[in-house]
Ligand binder design. Sequence first.
Ligand SMILES: Nc1ncnc2c1ncn2[C@@H]1O[C@H](COP(=O)(O)OP(=O)(O)OP(=O)(O)O)[C@@H](O)[C@H]1O
Length: 261
Amino acid sequence: MAESPPPETIISTRGVRVTFGKRFILDGLDLDVYRGEILGVVGASGTGKSVLMRTIIGLAPLYSGDIKIFGQDYVALHPREKQKMARRWGVLFQQGALFSSLTVKQNIQVPMREYLTLSPRLLDELAMLKIALVGLKPDAAEKRPSELSGGMIKRAALARALALDPDLVFLDEPTSGLDPIGAGEFDELIATLRQTLGLTVYMVTHDLDSLHSICDRIAAVGEGHILAEGPMATMLASDHPWLRAYFHGPRARAALASAKA
Ligand SMILES: Nc1ncnc2c1ncn2[C@@H]1O[C@H](COP(=O)(O)OP(=O)(O)OP(=O)(O)O)[C@@H](O)[C@H]1O
C-alpha cells in the first residue's frame, strides 16, 4: 500500500524563547503546524498562548530560537517580503479588535485598502462577499461594532481576517464570551471554512467543546514549552497534572459527553 506523503509544515518553531523583563514566558518551545489542520492551542491562563501567537506573527519580540512560516524565517525577511508574506495570514484577536469608528464593511476593507488597489465598487463587492461567507446578514455591513452582538463581532472580525483570502488564520479565543449555542455555531463556521477554503487554522482556546468538535490536534503550552501535542486521545492519556485536571475535570466530561451525543 502506498504511504501517504508527510503533511506539509506551515509553521515550525524551534527553541523559541520569549522574555518580558527577566522572566522567560516561553523557554525552548518547539511546535509544528500542518497544512489544512485545525490546531487548538491550550494551557492555563498566563502560560503564554497569546504571546506565542503574537511572536509567530512578529508582534512580540523573539529572544532566541527559530520560527518558520511557509518555510521562511519571517523575522529575518526584508520589510517588503514581510508585507507580502503577512498577506497570506489573517488574525482574529481576542476581543475582535475592530475599529469602533468604522462600519463592518469599512473594517473588512482596511486590509484590502492596505494591500490592494481596487475600485470602490469592487471593494464593496468583496466586503459583501466576506460578510456572507461568515454568515452575517447584508445589513450588518453598515453597522458599527457597538451595534453588534458578541457573536456578530466575532463574525465581523473573522470576515476581516479573511479579507485577503489567506492560507492560514490565527484565532485567539474565538468562542470566548459567546453562549454555548453561539460558540457551537462559530465552531461549525470555522470547520466549514477550513473545508471550503482549504485553510490552516491556529486557534488559541479554552473551549473544551471546540477542542472536541473541530480540532485535529491539540498543543498544550505550560512551563515555557509544549507539555503535550497530538490528537485528543493523546491529551486524555497524558499524566501531566494540568492536562489531567483540564481534560478529565467536570467540564471536560460534559464536553466529551456532548461530543459523543
Ligand atoms: N507586552 C507584555 N509585557 C509584559 N508582560 C507581558 C506582555 N504580554 C504578555 N505578558 C505576560 O506574559 C504572560 C503570558 O501572557 P499571555 O497573554 O500569552 O497568556 P495566555 O496563556 O494567553 O493567557 P490567557 O489564557 O489568560 O489569555 C503573562 O504573565 C503576561 O502578563
